[in-house]
Ligand binder design. Structure first.
Ligand code: HEM
Length: 230
């Protein structure tokens, strides 16, 4: 607020468009809390789950490293790489950063979806966790199969079911940036390090320990990042 000639960014846009009074400041504090957790917690959770998937499926770790090295000359995180993106999408399908799905209100006249009438002014939501594990949308829905996003598209029965960033006018404002962060961190870390789980690690206990507290909360888990030799 004190910087009058600041570079335009998200918060300067909000400040300019919010009344400078007590209730305006409450709004700004709320938006600030939202943008901080929306932009950090979601991405760190997605990264945690992706690294855990790679640690438990090391063949994909080696394949991503190979793909990264083969494309290193012209690589940029704004551009998808087939296997890297497939692993990111498959991890976010099984373990989306936001399980429950944002709420919406039906229009006053109600709404018909797939022949079901939903009355007006009802709070509805579409939980990604449940939708992503529905066998009507994805074949073998509980299995980690990145190939469904590449050479095995028949395993995706309903592509529109996959919305880890939500959809519509209020979808994630940071989707593009988030994908750049995920590609950049996963690609570069895996290029240099193997992610190794400790002796006695039990995958089921880890995945079952995830909690839903608005965003998904992974349990604490120590892993080792071991520099690859070649
Ligand atoms: C893997 C990372 C991320 C995931 C999975 C994710 C997912 C989501 C989801 C599901 C929503 C709810 C949208 C709705 O109400 O329908 C949302 C909202 C939002 N996200 Fe993200 N997000 C991620 C990263 C980011 C980043 C990096 C930023 C910004 C730097 C960001 C900014 C926002 C904002 C501002 C909203 C609120 C949009 C609104 O209410 O209009 N997100 N995100």
């Amino acid at each position: 607020m004190a910087l009058k000639d600041a570079e335009p960014d998200l918060i300067s846009h909000l400040i300019t468009n919010t009344p400078d009074n007590a209730s305006g400041r409450e709004l700004l504090y709320g938006e600030s809390r939202l943008i901080i957790s929306a932009g950090s917690e979601t991405t760190s959770t997605a990264l945690t789950f992706i690294f855990m998937q790679l640690a438990t499926h090391p063949s994909y770790m080696r394949a991503i490293r190979k793909e990264h090295r083969e494309n290193s000359a012209e690589y940029h995180c704004q551009r998808p790489l087939p296997l890297l993106d497939a692993v990111i999408h498959e991890s976010m399908r099984l373990w989306p950063s936001v399980f429950f799905g944002a709420q919406r209100i039906t229009p006053p006249e109600g709404l018909t979806i797939n022949n079901h009438f939903i009355p007006g002014n009802m709070i509805i939501h579409m939980p990604p966790f449940t939708i992503n594990r529905d066998a009507r949308n994805f074949a073998d829905p509980d299995s980690f199969i990145p190939e469904r996003w590449t050479e095995r598209p028949e395993l995706v029965l309903n592509k529109s079911a996959y919305n880890p960033f939500s959809t519509g006018p209020y979808n994630c404002a940071g989707k593009g940036l988030a994908m750049m962060e995920l590609r950049s961190v996963v690609g570069r870390v895996v290029n240099e390090f193997d992610v190794i789980l400790p002796e006695g690690f039990v995958a089921e206990t880890y995945w079952e320990g995830i909690k839903d507290h608005f965003t998904a909360g992974p349990p604490k888990q120590l892993v080792q990042f071991v520099r690859v030799k070649e």
